[in-house]
Design a protein around this ligand. Structure first.
Ligand code: AN7
Length: 372
């Protein structure tokens, strides 16, 4: 048994890092691919439905995959500080990996619009947290401007090393299944992750994506593990759905604050992923997203954050409608951990608590009423 030490050590030959770059890692990656059992049975789905639970990365989201590679490269190039705009998860990851590397993290967040757990992470890791009176898109614009004149490395997904790290989730899925799924479903905000997965699936199949040389020549396996690539399905929150509207959305609004983004930076890449894969974009309402988050938690024991539930929400709808065929193998990425945003559950969840006197009889009565 060798100790798992993170995705750079695992996939170094397939990442564009210099041989002497010191890996900045927290052991990210190798997240579980959980096969859902109860929900497929309930809806009569005879295919295989998996969730890739990225909420089990070190800081609780998929951002760690991108951040380990981006920060490793930035430090290798001599950066003393990193900067990002964020709806929360990127700032948490940037803050943690900056500590690991011994550099400063500056994070721009939309005031009042990030989940409390994510803000706590940025604070506890000692990032310089700059709340802006604006949304993520405003923050992104500012970061790009500042990056031109100030010696700070931008670690948003416009940094190609982010996508290089995030593509490894597709590697893990193909390795786990021994093949690519038929459909891969993701929530889409800034659109970096769907672009990264497509890169990863293309590399596994030995076929270049149109943007494989976006940063480097694609690094293909000598012996591709599969000759198949999945259809990529991207799901957005209805109030923040530029891919459905065909252009940027000015005032994005959704309960899924992680994907409250109106002007996605990886616009062209994500469209290319959709077209080349024969996939699609669709949208989910806030109600549908929250219902799916609870459905998953209450039926499968997996607690993801609201934005993450958009992937499963869309997948279940498309399975029921037949757009995703019976018998298909489907993977949904659950991008972040539900523990980051307990407020959203507790807003209504407190009503479900039972209060009794501290007496055996009273407790037993509750047990009898609730036994399955
Ligand atoms: C849980 O943290 O953009 O489409 O600044 O946190 O690659 O942007 C977060 C995005 C999905 C969307 N699910 O991924 C940020 C940020 C969760 C997220 C997305 C995010 P992209």
């Amino acid at each position: 048994m060798t100790r798992y030490t993170g995705l750079i050590d695992q996939y170094r030959a397939r990442l564009p890092l210099a041989a002497d770059a010191r890996a900045i890692s927290l052991g990210e990656g190798r997240t579980p691919l959980i096969k859902l059992e109860n929900i497929p049975r309930q809806i009569g789905f005879e295919g295989e439905l998996y969730v890739k639970f990225e909420g089990l990365n070190p800081t609780g989201s998929f951002k760690d995959r991108g951040m380990t590679v981006a920060v490793t490269q930035a430090v290798h190039e001599g950066a003393r500080a990193i900067i990002c705009a964020s709806t929360g998860n990127t700032s948490a990851a940037a803050a943690a990996y900056a500590v690991r590397a011994g550099v400063t993290a500056f994070v721009l967040i939309p005031e009042g619009k990030i989940a409390l757990g994510k803000l706590a992470q940025a604070v506890v890791h000692g990032a310089v947290v700059i709340q802006i009176h604006g949304n993520f898109d405003d923050g992104m614009r500012l970061v790009k401007e500042i990056g031109k004149t100030t010696p700070v490395a931008i670690v948003n997904s416009i940094n190609p090393y982010r996508l290089q790290g995030q593509k490894t989730a597709a590697f893990e899925i193909v390795e786990a299944l021994g093949r690519a799924p038929d459909v891969h479903c993701l929530p889409v905000g800034n659109a970096g992750n769907i672009s990264a997965y497509w890169l990863g699936y293309c590399e596994m199949a030995g076929i270049a994506a149109s943007y494989s040389d976006y940063h480097q020549q694609g690094r293909f396996l000598d012996q591709p593990l599969t000759n198949k690539r999945p259809k990529m399905a991207g799901y957005q929150a209805a109030g923040a759905a530029p891919f459905l509207r065909g252009s940027a959305v000015k005032d994005p609004e959704t309960v899924a604050t992680a994907i409250r983004i109106g002007d996605p930076q990886s616009w062209d890449l994500a469209w290319a992923a959709q077209k080349e894969s024969g996939g699609w974009f669709d949208e989910c309402t806030d109600d549908e997203i929250l219902t799916t988050q609870k459905l998953l938690a209450a039926n499968e024991g997996v607690f993801c954050e609201p934005a993450s539930a958009a992937s499963l929400c869309g997948a279940l709808r498309d399975i029921k409608s037949g757009k995703i065929a019976q018998g298909s193998t489907v993977v949904c990425t659950l991008t972040g951990n539900g523990l980051k945003d307990p407020d959203i559950i507790m807003k209504n969840g407190l009503q479900g608590l039972v209060q009794v006197p501290a007496e055996r009889g009273a407790v037993e009565k509750v047990l009898l009423a609730h036994m399955k």
